[in-house]
Structures are given as structure tokens and as C-alpha cells.
Write a protein that binds this ligand. Structure first.
Ligand code: NI
Length: 561
């Protein structure tokens, strides 16, 4: 059987540098896949020897997109090391920033990073504005900005781009590809929302900045609490936050969720064919308490799509390997070991046992796992979380799909939209809790401690559910300085290379078996990879070979205590 290799490098409309190499047979069906993180980071090395109280500000620089997630996880891991118990208000404010970030991330992903894998801009120019308005009503009774005049305006705007010979943000698509299945009117609706989402993301960033001081790279989280005291006590600031989130909820309900439904219905054949399904192992750590003992997300582990038996998450089952990542594990200090070239200077292929990625290989109980909104939704739903159940049931009923169908490329996007709708519903309860606390004179936002009197040697960790999935930070403190730091980001799980166990990670597994219609335009590969919302800046982390056994930290995890 003859195989052909397709290499896409770099993959665009993601954060960071990702390369994909797939081998297809004579029918264009992917037989094997190798995905590779192409940029070395090493922020952990910078953290060594620093004051643990600075961990948050430094770790926030791991990524330019997931800044707040790393900032919080780093501070939380230091608090865990010192067993600091935070005031409730501090947790709520951190959660409010995180919730806004979830929505911002998911909307940007759906429209700006991923929609053009499904939406053909050139087809939209053939659309009838009146019919588009009618079409949108199929997915919501009151669709977002749905007048004929508005659609005419969008048509003119896009048409002007084309007439000028410059597609602007719409350039470099595989326009006209046979795999585009939306009607001109459906394409127009999605493009209209693409443009609206540009305004949306500016506004929702302000919500993060209200409590974070600024965004990206908020500054208000400190070891022991938050500094946003004046913001919390200022009714105008709370009101601003509420107003932005109310607008966000409108957009999610009237544009994002309906568009996810539209996509699911239009690409039903792909969903039913299981395109983009990985191995069905899902990991979620849950969290976000919005009422006493009521959390937004449950923790749990699913194996091979067995939704009936959910295991509790157990951090001692996490291991990390570097056999096929560009590191050498023979010394205590993690050594960079880049081997992409043969001795004669030619580029090595990933096919044999060579190293092929900067991403290390995390395993859970020896298995590769998928993490992210799909995992979060499946775990919470399967564990009987009543709050999320109604959102999932409604989506599945309206699209005539089953739970297993979410475990596909298109389903992964639906799960993200469902998660957004769900968060928008419950974010207001979280704000109410904060207001209630203030009303009863509970205004604490930080816990007092004397750093000099804290233990000099301690280990801590934090497990957080963030927009792209499970994020873990681990810190070892010695003589009141950071001795060692380690991170496993969501994309590290999903984009893991094979190890000598030969197991494919979620990206690679989801690619194998898909059919590529035109090997010169591998749109199908982009669809699969984009559906995971890759963040490669986040994914690459050094590893300390001797500190590999994470269970030895023996400290309670956040949200699980
Ligand atoms: Ni990131």
C-alpha cells in the first residue's frame, strides 16, 4: 500500500507553533499522525530561585492568551504549599475573572479561530439577506442582529473586501472546497456573527479587567487573596461587570449557541461518521463553587466513552514521559535535547522512534487523555450534574443527536458552546453571593500572614479547570525560594506526542481515520486540530526527571478538599 505524507507547518489560527504530519493511503484516509509543538519555552527555568510570592506574575507569562489561568494556578499552588485558607470573597473574585475568560476564549475560538473551517466566505456573497434572516429563526426565536438591513450591510462589507482584491481577515482560506456544506445564507449568518464577535471580545475583556486591573496579564491576584478591594466595594464596578456579562449572555444565547446548533445540523453526516473522535478517555478536575457545596463542574475520569462508570480524579495517577520529546531525562536538571536533524543535516521524520516534539507526554494511569470543554461537559453530565444536564439535553434534542456524538470535531465545538451557555446562566449567582457577603459585612479579600514565619520548605500544587481543560501547577519551595516548578497545561494532554508506549494522544487519535478529499488542501486536518483550541505556548514545559512522581507531593488539591 502506498502512503503519502502531508505536512502542515505552521498551523495558523491557533496560539503558538504547531506542526502536523499525517500519512494517507491511496484513498486519502489518514493512517498515522504526528503532531509536534515547535517552540521551546522554559518559563520554569526563570522561576527557579525566585521568591514564591512572585510565582504568579512570572508564570502568567507562560502564555499570552491563558495569562489569567497560569497567574491564578501559580498563586494557588504557592498558597497550597503554605496551607493558606482564602476568604470566600477572594475565591469568588478569582472565579468571576475566570468565568469571563471562559466566555471570551470560547467565542473567539468558535468565530475567529475555527469558523472558517466550516464557513465559506465566498459562498456567503451569493446569499439573499431576507432568506438569511428567515434561516436564523430556525435556531433561535429571537436571533442576534437579524434584520435584512444588517445582513445587506455585511454583504456589502465583505463584497468590498473582495472587489478591492483583498480578503483581509478572510484571506488564505480553502474557499470553494468540496467539504464546505453550509448554504450561502448560513454562511452569511456566521460571517455576520464573526464580525459581531470582534466587538464582543473587546467588551468581555473589560469584565476580566474590572477585577484584574488589566487584561491580558491581570495583576490583582496575590498569595493570600486578591487586591481588588475597592472594585468589590464599588457598586458601579460590580454593575459594570454585570452589564457586560448580561450582554455576553445575550450573544451566547442568541448567536453562539444557535450557530453551534446550525453547524451540528449542517455537518450531521460528519458527526454520525465519528469524524474527529479520539480514544474516548476524558479528564476533568471540576470546580467553581457558586453555592455552598454546589460546583459548576464535577471532577472525574471517563475511559473509552464508558459514560456509565466515572472514576474520581486521582492526581497520583498522573505521570510524565519524555521518550519522544526533545528532552534528555538522564540528569536531575532537565536538559534540552533537540534532535530534529540527521547527521547529514537532513530533517528527521517522526515516523521511527525519534523525538519529535517539545511537548512532553503526560499520562493518566498510563493512558492518554482528552481534556477541555468536551471532557468537562461529558464528565459533569455523566455524573448527574443537574445544572448542566438541561443544557446538554436541550442541545441534543434540538439537533437530534446523542451524547456520544459530542465526541467528534463538530461535537467538541458544541460542548464549548454548551459550556458557555451554562456559565452565563450561573455567573449571576456567583455575583449574588459576593453581594450577599458584602451586605452582611464580610468584606475580607485576603488573609494576613507573616512570610518570614511561614515554612521555609514546602511543596504545593493546584489543579484548575480552565477554558482549554485541566491545568496543573506544581511548586517545590526550598529555603523560601522556588527550587523547582512544573506545569501540565490542557494542550500538553491533548497534543502529547507518542511515548515508547506508542499511544496516540487526542490530536493524533482524532486525525487517524479521517478522509482527506484533496491532499493539496487538507481542510479536514485543520478542522480536527482546531476543534481542540490548541494553545502551544501553554503546552511546552520542561520536566524534572527526578521529580517525575507527582504523587509524592501529597498535598490536597484545590477544590477537592
Ligand atoms: Ni495558552
Amino acid at each position: 500500500m502506498s502512503t503519502k505524507k502531508i505536512v502542515i507547518d505552521p498551523i495558523t489560527r491557533i496560539e503558538g507553533h504547531l506542526r502536523a504530519e499525517v500519512e494517507v493511503d491511496e484513498n486519502g484516509v489518514v493512517q498515522e499522525a504526528y503532531v509536534s509543538g515547535q517552540l521551546f519555552r522554559g518559563i520554569e527555568i526563570i522561576l527557579k530561585g525566585r521568591d514564591p510570592r512572585d510565582a504568579g506574575l512570572l508564570a502568567g507569562r507562560i502564555c499570552g492568551v491563558c495569562t489569567n489561568s497560569h497567574f491564578r494556578a501559580a498563586v494557588s499552588s504557592v498558597e497550597d504549599a503554605y496551607s493558606l485558607k482564602l476568604p470566600n470573597n477572594a475565591e469568588i473574585i478569582r472565579d468571576l475573572m475566570a468565568m469571563a475568560l471562559f466566555i471570551q476564549d470560547h467565542v473567539v475560538h468558535f468565530y475567529h479561530l475555527h469558523s472558517f473551517d466550516f464557513v465559506d466566505v465566498t459562498s456567503a456573497l451569493q446569499a439573499d439577506a431576507k432568506l438569511a434572516s428567515k434561516e436564523a429563526h430556525k435556531y433561535h426565536r429571537k436571533p442576534f442582529r437579524n434584520s435584512h438591513a444588517h445582513y445587506e450591510e455585511v454583504l456589502q462589507k465583505v463584497g468590498n473586501f473582495v472587489k478591492a482584491g483583498k480578503l483581509g481577515p478572510f484571506s488564505n482560506g480553502y474557499w470553494g472546497h468540496v467539504e464546505y456544506k453550509l448554504t450561502p445564507e448560513q454562511n452569511l449568518i456566521l460571517i455576520s456573527h464573526y464580525l459581531e464577535a470582534l466587538k464582543f471580545q473587546t467588551n468581555i475583556s473589560k469584565a476580566v479587567a474590572i477585577f484584574g486591573g488589566k487584561t491580558p496579564h491581570p495583576q490583582s491576584i496575590i498569595v493570600g487573596g486578591v487586591t481588588s478591594v475597592a472594585d468589590m466595594l464599588n457598586p458601579q464596578r460590580l454593575n459594570d461587570y454585570l452589564f457586560i456579562m448580561k450582554e455576553a449572555k445575550e450573544f451566547v444565547e442568541r448567536a453562539y449557541l444557535p450557530d453551534a446548533k446550525l453547524q451540528s445540523i449542517a455537518y450531521r453526516d460528519d458527526i454520525k461518521a465519528g469524524i474527529g473522535r479520539a480514544n474516548g478517555n476524558f479528564l476533568s478536575v471540576g470546580g467553581y463553587e457558586f453555592e455552598a457545596k454546589q460546583r459548576l463542574f464535577c471532577n472525574g475520569v471517563i475511559y473509552a466513552h464508558d459514560f456509565e462508570h466515572i472514576e474520581e480524579f486521582d492526581e497520583s495517577k498522573i505521570s510524565e514521559e519524555i521518550d519522544r520529546a526533545w528532552y534528555s531525562g538522564e540528569t536531575r536538571e532537565n536538559e534540552v535535547c533537540y534532535t530534529d536533524l540527521n547527521e547529514d543535516g537532513s530533517l528527521k521524520t517522526a515516523k521511527n522512534d525519534d523525538k519529535y516534539s517539545w511537548i512532553k507526554a503526560p499520562r493518566y494511569d498510563g493512558k492518554t487523555m482528552e481534556t477541555g470543554p468536551l471532557a468537562t461537559v461529558l464528565v459533569s453530565y455523566s455524573k448527574g450534574n443537574n445544572l448542566i444536564k438541561s443544557f446538554v439535553d436541550e442541545f441534543l434534542a434540538e439537533t437530534d443527536l446523542e451524547l456520544i456524538d459530542l465526541s467528534t470535531t463538530v461535537g467538541r465545538n458544541s460542548a464549548r458552546a454548551i459550556e458557555s451557555g451554562y456559565i452565563c446562566e450561573y455567573i449571576f449567582k456567583l455575583v449574588s453571593r459576593l453581594i450577599q457577603n458584602i451586605k452582611y459585612y464580610d468584606t475580607d479579600t485576603w488573609v494576613r500572614y507573616d512570610f518570614e514565619k511561614l515554612q521555609k520548605n514546602a511543596n504545593g500544587k493546584a489543579f484548575l479547570e480552565v477554558p482549554r481543560g485541566v491545568l496543573s501547577h506544581f511548586v517545590n519551595i526550598k529555603d523560601a525560594k522556588i527550587e523547582n516548578y512544573s506545569v501540565i497545561a490542557p494542550t500538553t494532554w491533548n497534543a502529547t506526542p507518542k511515548n515508547f508506549d506508542g499511544l496516540r494522544g487526542a490530536y493524533e487519535e482524532a486525525l487517524v481515520g479521517i478522509k482527506i478529499q484533496d491532499t493539496s488542501k487538507p481542510l479536514e486536518v485543520l478542522r480536527v486540530l482546531h476543534s481542540f483550541d490548541p494553545c502551544l505556548a501553554c503546552a511546552v514545559h520542561v520536566i524534572d526527571a527526578d521529580a517525575n512522581e507527582l504523587s509524592s507531593y501529597k498535598i490536597k488539591t484545590l477544590f477537592e478538599g
